[in-house]
Write a protein that binds this ligand. Structure first.
Ligand code: LLP
Length: 418
């Protein structure tokens, strides 16, 4: 569910005509709907209200400060994977005691930074990391709270690049070894074991993999009690899918309905780390048609947004619905919608049936709020685009469009070597 719709013959973001935003801020432009974000957070809060829980929004999905601030205001926590994400989450006002830190490659600096800020817990991904955190905590005369990220070896039936809970994946600690590592963690002076974590993948459209994975980690949870380890937090990760095309992912309520009975009688507090299902459908990317081109084999619609602005179609072959901002033409064509980047992989859609558009018209790439701007880059020396937040009939710029000057801001020409 989202608040982008066609009214009076044109696309609106909540109560604002997208055309008005284009006229004011130019294209390409990311537009987010405040109402949609709030709605999604509430859906999770209501779904899990029966059990003590913390929603730790996965910052990587969209880390714009204004968006993080909205979540901070709602008392939401954060799932972070880098020092940069910690910095942004704290800047936005997210409480450190609601921040969990995952990732297989936490650096010394990142661990120290998180320790100094007293985050809720590290989701530890290897034995070596456990030793590292213990050592860093000792140096700082602190005790680090940790969960072990357990890899339950479950196929979430999603794109292979975003499946993270399979044996072959780099993530987490193999479930067979987890008990040993928990014992090791317990023996460490500067480590306090407080949680258990798993995250099996992203864009998951069935609840069965969640149930299977949770059951696996709960049997470990029960075992841990025998070794005098009381787990306070059961972190089930994120991963709930959204509708890009015709997927019918479960509503958070459906997820809660199958998971709550499993944890209801456990002492631990539930942590959920949704990213995509909060911001995905709350954002669109608006782009301008620059040229149209017909070859013997194909029609091309060449637009001003490229794979550097939205890499999902290129990287995962992802489908994003594309709608004209001002629809109404009868004639339809089948076309590739491509960007200006010098790579054949630079496309937003392939062989897509779409209303015939001409240069100067605008298209909206739907469901682009998650892993859209946050995965964007300056490839081809393209300044990163602007982002706007709409709330009812009001709106505000939440990230300025980069300029050519921004492109060279950190670059140094070492005259002495030239
Ligand atoms: N927790 C952990 C530990 C994660 O690694 C992730 C996502 C999440 C939570 C949030 O998952 P979500 O609810 O957003 O599915 N760039 C890819 C998605 C990569 C997801 C990485 N981890 C894409 O565009 O599809």
């Amino acid at each position: 569910m989202h608040f982008f719709s066609h009214k009076k013959g044109e696309l609106y973001a909540e109560d604002v005509p997208v055309k008005e935003l284009i006229n004011k801020f130019g294209t390409p432009l990311y537009i987010y709907s405040y109402g949609t974000l709030i709605r999604h957070i509430r859906a999770y809060e209501e779904a899990f209200c029966e059990v003590p829980h913390i929603i730790c929004y996965a910052v990587k999905a969209n880390s714009n400060l204004a968006i993080l601030r909205i979540f901070a205001e709602l008392g939401i926590g954060a799932d972070i994977v880098s020092g940069g994400e910690l910095f942004k989450a704290l800047k936005a006002g997210i409480k450190p005691y609601k921040i969990v830190f995952a990732g297989v490659g936490k650096t010394d600096e990142e661990i120290e930074y998180a320790l100094k800020n007293n985050i809720l817990m590290f989701n530890v991904e290897s034995e070596a990391e456990l030793h590292k955190i213990n050592e860093k905590a000792k140096n700082l005369k602190k005790v680090a709270s940790v969960a072990l990220r357990v890899n339950p070896d479950i196929d979430p039936k999603t794109h292979k690049y975003i499946a993270t809970g399979l044996k072959s994946s780099k993530f987490g600690i193999p479930i067979e070894k987890a008990l040993d590592y928990y014992k090791l963690a317990k023996s460490m002076k500067n480590i306090k074991v407080i949680g258990i974590h798993k995250h099996i993948g992203s864009q998951i459209t069935e609840t069965s993999a969640y149930v299977e994975a949770l059951n696996k980690i709960l049997s470990l949870y029960d075992q841990l009690a025998n070794y005098d380890m009381e787990i306070e937090y059961i972190d089930i990760g994120g991963g709930l899918g959204i509708t890009y095309r015709d997927e019918e992912p479960p509503h958070p309520k459906e997820l809660a309905d199958v998971l709550i009975p499993l944890v209801k009688n456990k002492k631990g507090k539930l942590i959920i780390e949704p990213g995509r299902s909060i911001v995905g459908n709350a954002g669109i990317l608006v782009t301008k048609v620059l040229y149209t081109k017909e070859t013997e084999q194909k029609n091309f619609i060449i637009v001003d947004a490229g794979m550097n602005d939205l890499i999902r179609p290129t990287l995962y072959g992802s489908y994003h619905e594309i709608q004209p901002v001002t629809p109404g033409k009868k004639e339809k064509i089948v076309a590739d919608i491509v960007g200006p980047i010098c790579e054949s992989g630079d496309f937003l859609a392939k062989d897509r049936e779409i209303e015939k558009v001409s240069a100067g018209e605008y298209l909206a790439v739907m469901s682009a709020g998650a892993y859209g701007f946050s995965m964007s880059s300056n490839y081809n020396s393209r300044p990163r685009v602007a982002e706007v937040l709409v709330k009812g009939d009001q709106y505000a710029l939440i990230r300025k469009r980069e300029t050519y000057k921004d492109l060279i801001r950190n670059e140094i020409v070492p005259e002495e070597l030239l």
